[in-house]
Design a protein around this ligand. Structure first.
Ligand SMILES: [Zn+2]
Length: 502
């Protein structure tokens, strides 16, 4: 605080203590003042208090004078230590407001009651704050506290940051696309083959917040705090952005009293998942915030789906990115299996071996041609198809049936062949639903290209993962063996078939 009123209060407390010391004939050896640090918060460091404890333990102190026990500590545990010290080791502990004298039985009793009440007040205050926060969330108001990247504390959009958030979501929604580490590197201004293009470079959010705090301090005429050098963005910060439901406009609330585990993920981390923090109404519908979403709901869920993919978890350290345009995407004309990169070629062992450069060049020509046609908008499926939410719901139900069957099997209610039958049946339905979902969400992450003013140009500038996605959206590519001895490229040996949609 450090304002004038506090100074006056502190002077008054000091004078009262000095008077008591004089009355009792005590020498004052030191003053211990923790300015504006709450005695209630266990996590806050109180350096002067700690120094006082150390001095007492070193035998430098026979008596402690404080204005009020609240100023000494509101932690009942700490107070008990002082009561013990007063009783067993003869420490004289007196409050200047005359209420407690720990040298007497009555004083000690009073102190204990007071500390217990103070501790209860702290809990009630926390509960009140928690209620107020739940209320805010239900009303869809922006949660209090540190502002997330892209929003002010009041929930207004900070456009240049929101653009970065949007870009992060778009890049990450692409299956097989960029890694979180690559996004962090891109935001930090690093470049390289695996780092996506077109990401705005931003100072770390922590630094931005520190600078803003200093601006407020400057406006209030307070001393500025030192802002350390900028540090690169970390993967965990980017992950936090990708997981935050606020960007999709969902109101969130995490009660402190609930068990911290995510019920959907009993083996997962102890932190409650962001998804579980989405506030839902009586119909289990998400409560929408009053703020403007930064990303469409569908894109947010697409990102969650990719974050949930087991391959990402098991493959965390490996590079999940494909390095070439057609590996795993183009097919072998003989067996319909995916071709793989093999030095400068695409190969399906025993079937085809083709020059990558020639094939890529041909496919890219066709895609550029497709993108330059005026009917591009017509191929875009409806982004807000309600069917998607329905599919998600149905997938969850089928997964629930498998889980139930598994626990029934564990409890020896059903036999192994029943479990297998149920699993096969449910998984087939899940596969079908997921295929339908993929079709409906095929353009997720492609809007930077398909919505661009100049889609051909946007395609040229796009990352490899997005290019692959665009190709996959429009065409199937099959490679056939090239006749021996022919030097020139024969387009007849590469079949590019347009995909039909819906
Ligand atoms: Zn083959």
């Amino acid at each position: 605080m450090g304002d004038a009123a506090t100074e006056v209060t502190r002077d008054r407390h000091r004078t009262a203590c000095q008077k008591i010391a004089a009355d009792r004939g005590w020498d004052i050896i030191d003053e211990y003042v923790d300015q504006s640090i709450s005695a209630t918060d266990k996590s806050k460091k109180r350096p002067a208090y700690d120094r006082m404890v150390a001095d007492y333990k070193a035998g430098l102190i026979d008596a402690i004078l404080c204005w009020d026990l609240d100023r000494l500590t509101r932690q009942p545990r700490e107070l008990e230590d002082w009561v013990d010290a007063a009783k067993d080791r003869g420490l004289k502990l007196v409050t200047a407001n005359g209420e407690a004298d720990l040298t007497t039985d009555g004083g000690r009793m009073f102190a204990r009651v007071k500390a217990a009440v103070a501790a209860g007040e702290v809990e009630r205050k926390a509960a009140r704050q928690s209620l107020a926060q739940a209320q805010r969330a239900r009303q869809g108001r922006a949660p209090k506290g540190t502002r997330p990247l892209g929003y002010t504390t009041d929930g207004d959009v900070v456009e240049h940051e929101a653009a970065a958030v949007r870009k992060i979501y778009e890049l990450f929604a692409v299956p097989d696309g960029v890694t979180i580490a690559a996004l962090a590197a891109g935001l930090s201004g690093k470049t390289g083959d695996h780092i996506p293009k077109g990401l705005p470079v931003l100072p770390s959010h922590t630094r931005t917040l520190m600078i803003e705090r200093n601006q407020r301090r400057e406006a209030e005429g307070l001393k500025l705090k030192e802002v350390p050098d900028d540090k690169p963005w970390t993967s965990s910060t980017v992950l936090g952005i990708l997981r935050n439901p606020r960007y999709a406009g969902y109101s969130t609330y995490t009660p402190k009293t609930l068990p911290p585990k995510d019920p959907d993920d009993p083996n997962g981390s102890k932190r409650r998942s962001w998804r579980a923090s989405i506030l839902r109404d009586e119909q289990n519908e998400p409560v929408m915030g009053l703020w403007e979403p930064v990303v469409p709901e569908q894109l947010w869920w697409a990102v969650q789906a990719r974050l949930d993919e087991p391959v990402r978890i098991t493959n965390k350290l490996g590079n999940v990115q494909r390095k070439h345009l057609g590996s795993g995407l183009f097919m072998c004309g003989i067996c319909d299996g995916p071709v793989r990169s093999h030095s400068t070629r695409y190969r399906c062992a025993g079937h085809v071996m083709r020059s990558r450069e020639q094939i890529d060049d041909w496919v890219l020509r066709i895609i550029r041609e497709r993108l330059s046609r005026p009917d591009l908008r017509d191929v875009m499926p409806d982004q807000d198809d309600p069917r998607i939410a329905e599919i998600d719901e149905q997938i969850a139900q089928h997964k629930g049936k498998v889980k139930r069957a598994e626990s029934d099997y564990d409890a020896e209610i059903i036999e192994g062949f029943d479990l297998k039958r149920i699993r096969d049946r449910e998984n087939a339905r899940i596969d079908a639903l997921e295929a339908e979902r993929r079709k409906l969400t095929a353009t997720v992450g492609l809007s930077p290209v398909l919505d661009a003013k100049d889609p051909v140009r946007a395609f040229e500038d796009a990352d490899l993962a997005i290019k692959r996605r665009v190709i996959d959206f429009f065409v199937e590519v099959r490679l056939y063996p090239h006749p021996r001895g022919r030097k020139t490229f024969d387009p007849e040996t590469v079949k590019v078939t347009p995909k039909t949609r819906r």
